[in-house]
Each structure stands twice: as structure tokens, then as C-alpha cells.
Design a protein around this ligand. Structure first.
Ligand code: ATP
Length: 339
């Protein structure tokens, strides 16, 4: 039995986390869920954004499934997502983006993984007003931070028989910061002669992804470019409702969808639960439960391909609950067929 921290978050978070929990439970993997919450809803009730019990649970269990948490723009709140990633040094934000048959998008052959650096870059949050009308932000890139995310991308490429890693940068303009990231990539690539290093400037990367995404297998990049490219790639396969993610450090892993709290559809039972369900499957893989993870991947794929129980963002009219119920029934059928 595993003990896992479950953080519902806010916005659509509680609706989709509940479905992901039910889907994971349907695989038969026995999990004791330790539910704690953080975010604006908690702040409204308890006057604190992250109660101590959240830290205690994370530090005890070391693995969590988390819903999105809203960061209000321009109200002096620090992002809880960024805070947790920094506090626990969850340096690798890993986001697999894969075409799912049945979704009407221009490309059907996308299969790539984004390795986004998760702890530095402009996300260190150092901004200041130089004088009225002039603001500045600090962009921090370190050799240590760069090497470990690039190394993780190359290790993944090697272990999964990928032939190339694209390192995305803007070193032609930011010669010191992005220049350092690129220099680390060139050095690390020497140890992987069988893997091609693709050096791509971020603006060109956007165009290449939109025109020919199948040329990329693994993408390693800094924090802000990774954030933007993740949403772009999500759009290529059918939207934010589909793309899962993991925040991995040396001693903790927090799994969460790429999307945010989607306040525009919160409370309407309309959110696509796929991204958080697939984040749950990534979590099972991390725990060594690959067969159960594969069961979820297959069930999700089949339900989307059948197209009868899909949410509005995918062109259907199912609710969050209906789509997740169909996925659970598919998992139970697949399990029975294998017995
Ligand atoms: P953040 O900055 O917190 O990552 P964001 O600005 O990227 O958030 P989201 O909350 O991810 O914004 O929402 C962007 C758009 O995508 C919204 O229109 C939202 O409704 C839609 N969206 C996000 N997640 C889902 C989902 N699971 N199902 C359906 N639509 C979604």
C-alpha cells in the first residue's frame, strides 16, 4: 500500500482530482490518500495559503497528486506552485505531449516530452521598480540548474531510445544566461554521441512546432520558455485538458496537469479530467506500477477514440463525471478481459 498526498487545489481542481483518485483506485493499486489543501479557498477559511499540514504530509509521503492552484495576478501573492517547486527543489518539470487518435487536430504523429527547468530563470521572482515607469526583473540561470535538467533530458532520451534532444534557448540575445544554458547542453551532449543535439532558438522553435512538430522527440529548456512551449504543445494535441505533468526532485515528486485552475469553467462539471488522470498514471509509473499506468493510458485512449463520452473542449457533450465514469468502466472491462 502507498501513502500519497492529495491536494485538490481550487477552481476546477477539486472536481478533477476526485475523478483522478477514483480512476487510480479502479486500477486496483491500493493507496491511502492523505487529503490536504492549499490555495485561495483555504486562505479564505484559515487565513493562510499553505497550512503546515500540507508541508507535513508532503514531507512524510514524498509523492503527491495535486490539482491546480490559482495565483491572483498583481495582488502580492506568491505562486504556491512555484513556492512548492522551489522549497522541495523539484527541478524537473516533465511534460509528455502525445497525439491521441480521434481528436481533430492538424497533426496525428506528435510524441515528445518537454523537460522544463523548474526552479530558476525569471521565476526567482526578483522584480523591482527602477523609477516610476521603469520595472526590471532578474533572470537567473545557473550551471548546476542547467546541467541537471539537460542531463535528465539526455538520460530520458537514452533510456527510451530517442535519437535527439532539442535544447531551446535565446542565447543570441541573452548571451550570459541562455549562453550558459546552451554551453551546458553542448558539454553534456558530448557524453551521448548516439543522441543528436538540436540547438533551437525559442522563436524559431514556436514556428517549427506549429509547422512540423514530429521532428522533436525530447525538448530541454529553461523555466519560462518551458511554460510557454508546454501550452503551445498542448494546443497541438487538442488542448490543455489533455497534457499531464510531473515535478520531480531528488527526494519528492508532485504530479499535476499542465493547465491552471480554469476559473471560467469551475464548478460546472465541464472540465476535461484527462490531464490530471494521466498525471495520476505518471505517478503510478513513478511508483513502479507500470501495468496499472498502462491500463489508464489505454482506457483514456479508447474512450477518447470512441468519442461518445468526451467533454466539450474535445468536441463532445459529456460532463467531467460522465467522462471519468466511462474511463473507469473501460478500466474494469480491460481488467476483466485480462483475467
Ligand atoms: P496558469 O497560468 O495557472 O497555468 P492559464 O492561464 O494557463 O493558468 P488555465 O486555467 O490553464 O489558464 O486555462 C486556460 C484555458 O484553458 C481556459 O479557457 C480554460 O477553461 C481551459 N482549460 C484549462 N484546463 C482545462 C480542462 N481541464 N478542461 C477544459 N478546459 C480547460
Amino acid at each position: 500500500m502507498y501513502k500519497i498526498t492529495l491536494i485538490p487545489g481550487d477552481g476546477i481542481g477539486p472536481e478533477i482530482i476526485e475523478t483522478a483518485k477514483n480512476v487510480i483506485d479502479a486500477t486496483g493499486v491500493v493507496i491511502e490518500w492523505d487529503m490536504v489543501n492549499a490555495g485561495l479557498d483555504v486562505y479564505a477559511k484559515e487565513g493562510i495559503l499553505i497550512p503546515q499540514k500540507v508541508y507535513d504530509s508532503l514531507e512524510k509521503n514524498r509523492v503527491a497528486l495535486k490539482g491546480p492552484i490559482t495565483t491572483p495576478i498583481g495582488q502580492g501573492f506568491q505562486s504556491i506552485n512555484v513556492l512548492l517547486r522551489k522549497k522541495y527543489d523539484l527541478f524537473a518539470n516533465i511534460r509528455p505531449v502525445k497525439s491521441i487518435p480521434g481528436i481533430r487536430v492538424p497533426f496525428s504523429n506528435i510524441d515528445l516530452v518537454i523537460f522544463r527547468e523548474n526552479t530558476e530563470d525569471l521565476y526567482i521572482g526578483i522584480e523591482k521598480m527602477i523609477s516610476p515607469g521603469i520595472a526590471e526583473a532578474a533572470k537567473r540561470i545557473t550551471e548546476k540548474g542547467s546541467r541537471r535538467i539537460i542531463q535528465a533530458a539526455f538520460d530520458y532520451a537514452k533510456a527510451n531510445h530517442k535519437s535527439k534532444v532539442a535544447v531551446v534557448h535565446k542565447a543570441n540575445i541573452m548571451k550570459l544566461t541562455d549562453g550558459l544554458f546552451l554551453a551546458c547542453a553542448r558539454d553534456i551532449a558530448k557524453a551521448y554521441p548516439e543522441i543528436q543535439l538540436q540547438e533551437v532558438i525559442v522563436d524559431n522553435m514556436c514556428m517549427q512546432l506549429v509547422m512540423n512538430p514530429a521532428q522533436f522527440e525530447v525538448i530541454a529548456t529553461t523555466n519560462l520558455y518551458g511554460d510557454i512551449l508546454s501550452d503551445l504543445c498542448a494546443g497541438l494535441v487538442g488542448g490543455l485538458g489533455l497534457v499531464p505533468g510531473a515535478n520531480i526532485g531528488n527526494s519528492m515528486a508532485i504530479f499535476e496537469a499542465v493547465h491552471g485552475s480554469a476559473p471560467d469553467i469551475a464548478g460546472k462539471n465541464a472540465a476535461n479530467p484527462t490531464a490530471v488522470i494521466l498525471s495520476g498514471a505518471m505517478m503510478l509509473e513513478h511508483l513502479g506500477e507500470k501495468d496499472s499506468a498502462d491500463l489508464i493510458y489505454l482506457a483514456v485512449k479508447e474512450i477518447i477514440q470512441q468519442g461518445e463520452h468526451i467533454t466539450k473542449d474535445l468536441g463532445g457533450n459529456a460532463t467531467t463525471t460522465e467522462m471519468s465514469r466511462a474511463i473507469i468502466e473501460k478500466i474494469l472491462t480491460l481488467k476483466n478481459n485480462n483475467l
